[in-house]
Design a protein around this ligand. Structure first.
Ligand SMILES: Nc1nc2c(c(=O)[nH]1)N[C@H]1C(S)=C(S)[C@@H](COP(=O)(O)OP(=O)(O)OC[C@H]3O[C@@H](n4cnc5c(N)ncnc54)[C@H](O)[C@@H]3O)O[C@H]1N2
Ligand code: MOO
Length: 418
């Protein structure tokens, strides 16, 4: 594999170096295969539908524009009267007013958006006229039919405007409004709960005992799920207790479309996730990935409910959310093709990398090179416990598994944060 191949290219090296760990592309395929998109639907007024996924297509309710109308402020006229040169001004046509009839041999004042008066076939911009008493003098001969928006030239009644499974944003909501659609049928938000484990964890803002630390991953995953359009049902913090973990997972699996956990995913005596999954008879789809950071990441299903288990180290949890969480929740939401897209950049400095696991290293886009290609800067190593490493970054530079480093100016793939 060369550095120009995408990290998802077959044979990127992850599998070979770590036979018991899945490569990122294999893990991603397995993870997505266990996520059933939500099918529950609801009808919402348009103003509450931002970020929601259409469950049915949207069709146009009327021709757009609904009627022939002026595209400029000026004068409506019959083209055949243009040879008269000077025409008396008779009447006004404004937006929101039903159209009058234009008397032959006259012009009518007209404003942008006003329905074209009956009998008129041309609009002259006011800049191309002069006024003399109550007459309008044409400065030049108009083009027949100019400055008119024709009925239906944008959309036709009944036409397909937006396909099902599109995620609504400001642009598509604007288009729905223009088509007269006030309510939309959407898929329900996926219900997702978060389970954060660790004896040492305390809610941020509360007092810390001697060896306690604040829970970083709970609020971070909650924010990420909300941004991904999920309905976060519960954020539960548990000590490192296998029975409590089993009971909580069992309960959450019955009430949610997906579960995200943090911590306890590795191999220590206090890491209870794999034991709990075994006790619950869960199907394990991914158990360890040849990636840095994020090696212990696990994906399973408990009674059909997908579970993404993120490592406790906060930068590892953030990275694996970006790679797996985003993709899994996008699929869960029912939205079509929301795959993360990498792009190619050059790196501003040489980077060392230990061959074995492919690496997602936080990087900042620093500008463009003389060849028009973006440059990215990153730190010399990825520290999975240092979340602030990503704070000034825009995304990750991807270091392929088998490479032992990149040289200054080399191209690499870049995965932007979302
Ligand atoms: N012997 C081995 N030890 C470890 C391995 C290994 O392969 N062999 N893998 C390491 C890797 S890689 C990672 S990543 C970590 C992740 O392990 P866990 O998922 O079991 O995470 P914990 O042990 O629970 O915690 C790790 C670390 O992160 C802190 N943490 C946990 N949760 C939070 C939270 N919600 N907010 C802030 N910080 C959190 C925790 O205090 C620990 O410092 O395992 C390595 N070990
Ligand atoms: O997965 Mo760990 O994040 O390599 O430290």
């Amino acid at each position: 594999m060369s550095l120009f191949d995408p990290i998802s290219a077959p044979g990127c090296g992850c599998d070979a170096a770590h036979p018991r760990l899945a490569s990122v592309p294999v893990a991603l395929t397995n993870a997505l295969a266990c996520v059933p998109p939500v099918t529950r639907t609801e009808i919402l007024p348009l103003h509450l539908a931002m970020g929601r996924v259409l469950s049915a297509p949207v069709h146009v309710q009327t021709d757009l524009p609904r009627f022939d109308c002026a595209a400029m402020d000026g004068y409506a006229m019959r083209f055949d009267d243009a040879s008269l040169g000077t025409l008396p001004l008779c009447g006004v046509a404004a937006a929101g007013q039903a159209p009058d009839t234009l008397r032959p041999g006259t012009v009518m004042r007209i404003f942008t958006g006003a329905p074209l008066p009956h009998g008129a076939d041309t609009v002259v911009m006011q800049e191309n006229t002069e006024t003399a008493a109550k007459d309008i003098v044409l400065a030049r001969k108009p083009v027949k039919g100019s400055h008119i928006r024709r009925r239906g030239e944008d959309q036709r009644t009944g036409g397909l405007l937006i396909e099902a499974r599109h995620r609504l944003d400001a642009l598509s909501i604007g288009n729905c409004a223009s088509a007269g659609v006030g309510r939309v049928q959407v898929l329900c938000r996926p219900k997702v709960s978060i389970l954060v484990t660790g004896d040492e964890l305390t809610a941020p803002g509360t007092r810390l005992t001697e060896a306690a630390i604040w829970d970083v991953n709970g609020p971070m995953i909650q924010a990420a799920l909300t941004a991904a359009g999920c309905d976060v049902v519960d954020l539960i913090r548990l000590p490192d207790d296998p029975d409590l973990l089993c009971a909580a997972l069992f309960k959450l699996a019955r009430r949610n479309d997906m579960i995200v956990t943090s911590g306890g995913a590795s191999v220590g005596d206090r890491d209870h996730l794999s034991g709990a999954l075994k006790n619950l008879g869960a199907q394990v789809h991914v158990s360890g990935i040849a990636v840095k950071p994020g090696k212990p990441t696990t994906v399973a299903s408990i009674s059909g409910t997908p579970l993404l288990a993120l490592p406790g180290n906060p930068l590892a949890a953030f990275t694996m959310w970006q790679v797996f969480g985003r993709a899994m929740t996008a699929r869960l939401s029912g939205a079509r093709s929301e795959q993360a897209v990498c792009r190619h950049i050059r790196i501003t400095q040489s980077l060392r990398h230990t061959p074995g696991r492919c690496e997602f290293r936080p990087a900042r886009i620093a500008g463009y090179g003389p060849d028009g290609i973006e440059y990215a800067t990153c730190s010399n190593a990825t520290h999975s416990a240092r979340l602030s490493q990503a704070l000034t970054a825009d995304g990750f530079v991807l270091l392929p598994a088998e490479c032992d480093g990149l040289s200054q100016g080399d191209m690499a793939e870049f995965l932007p944060f979302q």
